[in-house]
Design a protein around this ligand. Structure first.
Ligand SMILES: [Mn+2]
Length: 320
Protein backbone atom coordinates (compact mmCIF):
# COMPACT_ATOMS: atom_id res chain seq x y z
CA UNK A 1 0.00 0.00 0.00
CA UNK A 2 1.18 3.52 -0.72
CA UNK A 3 -0.29 6.91 0.05
CA UNK A 4 -1.87 7.22 -3.38
CA UNK A 5 -3.92 4.06 -2.78
CA UNK A 6 -5.30 5.52 0.44
CA UNK A 7 -6.04 8.79 -1.34
CA UNK A 8 -7.85 6.87 -4.11
CA UNK A 9 -9.96 5.03 -1.53
CA UNK A 10 -10.85 8.36 0.10
CA UNK A 11 -11.77 9.89 -3.27
CA UNK A 12 -13.94 12.96 -2.78
CA UNK A 13 -15.64 11.58 0.33
CA UNK A 14 -16.22 13.97 3.20
CA UNK A 15 -16.82 11.84 6.28
CA UNK A 16 -13.52 10.08 6.83
CA UNK A 17 -12.54 8.75 10.23
CA UNK A 18 -9.15 7.55 11.42
CA UNK A 19 -9.20 5.51 14.59
CA UNK A 20 -7.14 3.10 16.64
CA UNK A 21 -7.38 0.75 19.58
CA UNK A 22 -8.88 1.40 23.02
CA UNK A 23 -6.43 2.68 25.63
CA UNK A 24 -4.41 4.33 22.84
CA UNK A 25 -0.64 3.99 23.20
CA UNK A 26 2.28 5.86 21.63
CA UNK A 27 2.15 3.96 18.36
CA UNK A 28 -1.62 4.24 18.05
CA UNK A 29 -1.70 7.98 18.81
CA UNK A 30 1.43 8.70 16.73
CA UNK A 31 0.10 6.81 13.70
CA UNK A 32 -3.34 8.46 13.88
CA UNK A 33 -1.87 11.97 14.24
CA UNK A 34 0.72 11.41 11.51
CA UNK A 35 -1.69 9.96 8.94
CA UNK A 36 -4.31 12.63 9.68
CA UNK A 37 -1.70 15.38 9.19
CA UNK A 38 -0.44 13.80 5.96
CA UNK A 39 -3.95 13.42 4.51
CA UNK A 40 -4.81 17.02 5.47
CA UNK A 41 -1.75 18.15 3.53
CA UNK A 42 -3.24 16.30 0.56
CA UNK A 43 -6.51 18.22 0.99
CA UNK A 44 -8.39 15.32 2.57
CA UNK A 45 -10.38 16.39 5.60
CA UNK A 46 -10.12 13.48 8.04
CA UNK A 47 -10.96 13.39 11.71
CA UNK A 48 -9.58 11.13 14.42
CA UNK A 49 -11.85 9.12 16.70
CA UNK A 50 -9.79 8.13 19.75
CA UNK A 51 -11.12 7.96 23.28
CA UNK A 52 -9.07 8.99 26.29
CA UNK A 53 -5.78 9.90 24.69
CA UNK A 54 -3.33 10.01 27.65
CA UNK A 55 -1.89 13.45 28.40
CA UNK A 56 1.57 11.89 27.90
CA UNK A 57 1.04 12.72 24.23
CA UNK A 58 0.08 16.37 24.70
CA UNK A 59 3.36 17.43 23.06
CA UNK A 60 2.08 16.13 19.72
CA UNK A 61 0.15 18.62 17.62
CA UNK A 62 -2.13 16.16 15.78
CA UNK A 63 -4.74 16.46 18.52
CA UNK A 64 -6.29 19.30 16.43
CA UNK A 65 -7.83 16.57 14.30
CA UNK A 66 -9.55 14.76 17.17
CA UNK A 67 -13.27 14.36 16.60
CA UNK A 68 -15.29 16.85 18.61
CA UNK A 69 -18.82 15.62 17.97
CA UNK A 70 -20.24 12.21 17.17
CA UNK A 71 -20.38 11.52 13.46
CA UNK A 72 -23.00 9.79 11.40
CA UNK A 73 -22.93 8.45 7.85
CA UNK A 74 -19.25 7.61 7.84
CA UNK A 75 -17.91 7.14 4.31
CA UNK A 76 -14.48 5.75 5.12
CA UNK A 77 -13.11 4.32 8.36
CA UNK A 78 -9.35 3.82 8.59
CA UNK A 79 -8.29 1.65 11.53
CA UNK A 80 -4.68 1.97 12.67
CA UNK A 81 -2.65 -0.25 15.03
CA UNK A 82 -5.64 -2.40 15.83
CA UNK A 83 -5.53 -6.21 15.64
CA UNK A 84 -9.25 -6.83 15.49
CA UNK A 85 -12.54 -4.96 15.33
CA UNK A 86 -13.31 -5.42 19.03
CA UNK A 87 -10.12 -3.56 19.97
CA UNK A 88 -11.66 -0.44 18.42
CA UNK A 89 -13.84 -0.28 21.53
CA UNK A 90 -16.82 2.06 21.21
CA UNK A 91 -15.48 3.32 17.88
CA UNK A 92 -16.33 -0.06 16.34
CA UNK A 93 -19.86 1.38 15.98
CA UNK A 94 -18.44 3.93 13.52
CA UNK A 95 -16.58 1.11 11.78
CA UNK A 96 -19.86 -0.80 11.33
CA UNK A 97 -21.56 2.28 9.90
CA UNK A 98 -18.80 3.09 7.43
CA UNK A 99 -19.35 2.36 3.74
CA UNK A 100 -15.70 1.42 3.24
CA UNK A 101 -13.19 0.22 5.83
CA UNK A 102 -9.39 0.12 5.85
CA UNK A 103 -7.15 -1.73 8.31
CA UNK A 104 -3.48 -0.75 8.60
CA UNK A 105 -1.64 -2.65 11.30
CA UNK A 106 1.46 -4.56 12.37
CA UNK A 107 0.06 -7.11 14.89
CA UNK A 108 0.70 -10.68 13.78
CA UNK A 109 -2.65 -11.63 15.30
CA UNK A 110 -4.52 -9.21 12.99
CA UNK A 111 -7.82 -10.70 11.80
CA UNK A 112 -7.97 -8.83 8.44
CA UNK A 113 -11.33 -7.41 9.49
CA UNK A 114 -11.74 -4.58 6.96
CA UNK A 115 -12.50 -4.20 3.25
CA UNK A 116 -8.89 -3.20 2.60
CA UNK A 117 -6.28 -4.81 4.84
CA UNK A 118 -2.66 -3.81 5.01
CA UNK A 119 -0.88 -5.80 7.70
CA UNK A 120 2.89 -5.85 7.78
CA UNK A 121 5.11 -7.53 10.38
CA UNK A 122 7.24 -4.49 11.23
CA UNK A 123 8.09 -2.68 14.47
CA UNK A 124 5.12 -0.37 14.62
CA UNK A 125 2.21 1.10 12.70
CA UNK A 126 4.25 4.32 12.54
CA UNK A 127 6.89 2.41 10.58
CA UNK A 128 4.17 1.43 8.08
CA UNK A 129 2.97 5.05 7.82
CA UNK A 130 6.53 6.15 7.06
CA UNK A 131 6.86 3.41 4.41
CA UNK A 132 3.61 4.55 2.80
CA UNK A 133 5.37 7.83 1.97
CA UNK A 134 8.86 6.58 1.30
CA UNK A 135 10.15 6.25 -2.23
CA UNK A 136 7.47 8.52 -3.66
CA UNK A 137 7.16 12.24 -4.24
CA UNK A 138 5.17 12.30 -1.04
CA UNK A 139 8.27 12.20 1.21
CA UNK A 140 8.23 16.00 1.09
CA UNK A 141 4.97 15.92 3.05
CA UNK A 142 6.99 15.07 6.15
CA UNK A 143 7.59 17.89 8.59
CA UNK A 144 8.78 18.22 12.17
CA UNK A 145 5.30 17.70 13.67
CA UNK A 146 4.62 14.55 11.66
CA UNK A 147 8.11 13.24 12.44
CA UNK A 148 7.54 13.74 16.19
CA UNK A 149 4.38 11.64 15.90
CA UNK A 150 6.13 8.91 13.89
CA UNK A 151 9.14 8.84 16.22
CA UNK A 152 6.77 8.49 19.18
CA UNK A 153 5.30 5.33 17.64
CA UNK A 154 8.68 3.91 16.66
CA UNK A 155 10.20 4.24 20.11
CA UNK A 156 7.05 3.32 22.01
CA UNK A 157 6.61 -0.02 20.26
CA UNK A 158 10.30 -0.90 20.16
CA UNK A 159 10.94 0.11 23.79
CA UNK A 160 13.38 2.73 22.48
CA UNK A 161 14.92 0.32 19.92
CA UNK A 162 15.39 -2.39 22.52
CA UNK A 163 12.79 -5.01 21.56
CA UNK A 164 13.50 -7.66 18.92
CA UNK A 165 11.00 -6.07 16.54
CA UNK A 166 13.64 -3.37 15.90
CA UNK A 167 15.28 -3.87 12.51
CA UNK A 168 17.97 -2.17 10.48
CA UNK A 169 15.13 -0.52 8.61
CA UNK A 170 13.60 0.79 11.86
CA UNK A 171 16.89 2.51 12.66
CA UNK A 172 17.16 3.89 9.12
CA UNK A 173 13.69 5.38 9.41
CA UNK A 174 14.52 6.85 12.83
CA UNK A 175 17.63 8.37 11.27
CA UNK A 176 15.59 10.00 8.51
CA UNK A 177 13.04 11.23 11.03
CA UNK A 178 15.53 12.88 13.41
CA UNK A 179 16.92 14.89 10.50
CA UNK A 180 13.71 16.97 10.79
CA UNK A 181 15.04 18.45 14.01
CA UNK A 182 12.87 16.67 16.54
CA UNK A 183 13.87 16.61 20.22
CA UNK A 184 14.27 12.83 20.49
CA UNK A 185 15.79 13.01 23.98
CA UNK A 186 12.70 14.75 25.30
CA UNK A 187 10.33 12.31 23.56
CA UNK A 188 12.22 9.29 24.97
CA UNK A 189 12.18 10.76 28.48
CA UNK A 190 8.46 11.55 28.28
CA UNK A 191 7.62 8.03 27.10
CA UNK A 192 9.91 5.91 29.24
CA UNK A 193 11.45 7.75 32.16
CA UNK A 194 9.38 10.60 33.54
CA UNK A 195 7.03 9.22 36.20
CA UNK A 196 4.46 10.69 38.52
CA UNK A 197 5.08 10.04 42.20
CA UNK A 198 1.88 7.99 42.47
CA UNK A 199 3.04 5.67 39.67
CA UNK A 200 6.22 5.09 41.68
CA UNK A 201 4.10 4.27 44.75
CA UNK A 202 1.87 1.82 42.86
CA UNK A 203 5.00 0.22 41.36
CA UNK A 204 6.16 -0.38 44.94
CA UNK A 205 2.89 -2.14 45.76
CA UNK A 206 3.11 -4.22 42.58
CA UNK A 207 6.67 -5.28 43.43
CA UNK A 208 5.60 -6.19 46.98
CA UNK A 209 2.80 -8.34 45.52
CA UNK A 210 5.04 -10.39 43.21
CA UNK A 211 4.94 -14.18 43.23
CA UNK A 212 7.16 -16.56 41.36
CA UNK A 213 6.10 -19.86 39.83
CA UNK A 214 7.41 -22.66 37.59
CA UNK A 215 10.86 -22.73 39.23
CA UNK A 216 10.99 -18.91 39.14
CA UNK A 217 10.56 -18.90 35.35
CA UNK A 218 7.31 -16.99 35.72
CA UNK A 219 7.03 -13.79 37.73
CA UNK A 220 3.56 -12.51 38.36
CA UNK A 221 1.96 -9.63 40.20
CA UNK A 222 -1.53 -8.33 40.84
CA UNK A 223 -3.11 -5.02 41.75
CA UNK A 224 -6.63 -4.80 43.12
CA UNK A 225 -8.99 -1.89 42.54
CA UNK A 226 -8.55 -0.99 46.24
CA UNK A 227 -4.78 -0.75 45.83
CA UNK A 228 -5.17 1.36 42.69
CA UNK A 229 -7.62 3.64 44.50
CA UNK A 230 -5.30 4.02 47.47
CA UNK A 231 -2.92 6.08 45.32
CA UNK A 232 -5.61 7.34 42.92
CA UNK A 233 -3.99 5.43 40.03
CA UNK A 234 -5.39 4.61 36.63
CA UNK A 235 -4.08 2.35 33.86
CA UNK A 236 -1.52 4.90 32.73
CA UNK A 237 0.17 4.91 36.12
CA UNK A 238 0.71 1.14 35.88
CA UNK A 239 2.19 1.04 32.38
CA UNK A 240 5.80 0.32 33.35
CA UNK A 241 5.02 -2.47 35.83
CA UNK A 242 5.04 -5.52 33.54
CA UNK A 243 8.18 -4.29 31.79
CA UNK A 244 10.01 -3.92 35.09
CA UNK A 245 8.98 -7.46 36.14
CA UNK A 246 10.34 -8.70 32.84
CA UNK A 247 13.77 -7.33 33.81
CA UNK A 248 14.18 -10.00 36.50
CA UNK A 249 17.00 -12.23 35.24
CA UNK A 250 15.66 -15.53 36.62
CA UNK A 251 12.32 -15.21 34.80
CA UNK A 252 11.32 -16.04 31.25
CA UNK A 253 7.84 -14.62 31.43
CA UNK A 254 6.18 -11.76 33.35
CA UNK A 255 2.48 -11.30 33.99
CA UNK A 256 0.71 -8.30 35.47
CA UNK A 257 -2.91 -8.82 36.50
CA UNK A 258 -4.85 -5.62 37.11
CA UNK A 259 -8.36 -5.70 38.49
CA UNK A 260 -10.70 -3.44 36.51
CA UNK A 261 -14.02 -4.37 38.12
CA UNK A 262 -15.31 -6.87 40.68
CA UNK A 263 -14.70 -9.90 38.44
CA UNK A 264 -12.78 -8.52 35.47
CA UNK A 265 -9.01 -8.45 35.14
CA UNK A 266 -6.72 -6.92 32.54
CA UNK A 267 -3.70 -9.10 31.90
CA UNK A 268 -0.39 -7.83 30.47
CA UNK A 269 2.22 -10.38 29.44
CA UNK A 270 5.88 -10.02 28.53
CA UNK A 271 8.56 -12.57 27.75
CA UNK A 272 12.28 -12.58 27.26
CA UNK A 273 13.25 -15.54 25.12
CA UNK A 274 11.33 -18.74 24.67
CA UNK A 275 7.80 -17.98 25.73
CA UNK A 276 5.28 -16.90 23.07
CA UNK A 277 2.97 -14.68 25.12
CA UNK A 278 0.86 -13.89 22.06
CA UNK A 279 -0.20 -17.57 21.93
CA UNK A 280 -1.01 -17.41 25.66
CA UNK A 281 -3.06 -14.21 25.31
CA UNK A 282 -4.95 -15.73 22.38
CA UNK A 283 -6.10 -18.64 24.55
CA UNK A 284 -7.93 -16.02 26.60
CA UNK A 285 -9.31 -14.05 23.65
CA UNK A 286 -6.51 -11.46 23.53
CA UNK A 287 -3.50 -11.02 21.28
CA UNK A 288 -0.50 -8.88 20.44
CA UNK A 289 3.10 -9.76 19.82
CA UNK A 290 5.28 -12.78 20.68
CA UNK A 291 7.05 -10.93 23.50
CA UNK A 292 4.33 -8.46 24.51
CA UNK A 293 0.64 -9.26 24.61
CA UNK A 294 -2.51 -8.70 26.59
CA UNK A 295 -6.00 -9.98 27.28
CA UNK A 296 -8.96 -9.44 29.58
CA UNK A 297 -10.30 -12.32 31.69
CA UNK A 298 -13.45 -12.52 33.80
CA UNK A 299 -13.71 -14.71 36.86
CA UNK A 300 -12.13 -14.97 40.26
CA UNK A 301 -8.52 -14.04 40.74
CA UNK A 302 -7.32 -17.36 42.15
CA UNK A 303 -8.64 -19.36 39.21
CA UNK A 304 -7.43 -16.78 36.67
CA UNK A 305 -3.93 -17.01 38.13
CA UNK A 306 -4.06 -20.80 38.09
CA UNK A 307 -5.19 -20.87 34.45
CA UNK A 308 -2.47 -18.47 33.38
CA UNK A 309 0.25 -20.34 35.29
CA UNK A 310 -0.86 -23.63 33.70
CA UNK A 311 -0.77 -22.24 30.16
CA UNK A 312 2.71 -20.75 30.68
CA UNK A 313 3.89 -24.00 32.29
CA UNK A 314 2.60 -26.08 29.38
CA UNK A 315 4.44 -23.87 26.93
CA UNK A 316 7.70 -23.91 28.88
CA UNK A 317 7.50 -27.72 29.18
CA UNK A 318 6.72 -28.14 25.46
CA UNK A 319 9.76 -26.07 24.57
CA UNK A 320 12.11 -27.69 27.08
MN1 LIG B 1 1.65 -0.72 17.60
Amino acid sequence: MNLQEIINICGDKKNIIISGHIHPDGDCVGACYALASILHKKGIDVEIALDDVPDTYDYLVGSNYLLKTIKKDIDIFISLDCGDKERLGSNSKLFDEAAVTVNIDHHISNTQFADYNYVSDVSSTCEIIYEILDGSDDTDLLDKDICEALYTGLIYDTGAFKHSNTTRRTHQIAGDIISYGIDFTDITNRLFYYKSYKSLQILGTAIKNTERHINDKLILTTLSTEELEEYDCNKKDTESIVQILNEVTESECAIFIMQVSSDEYKISLRSRNNVDVCAIAREFGGGGHIKASGCTISGNLTSIKERLINVVKRQIEERA
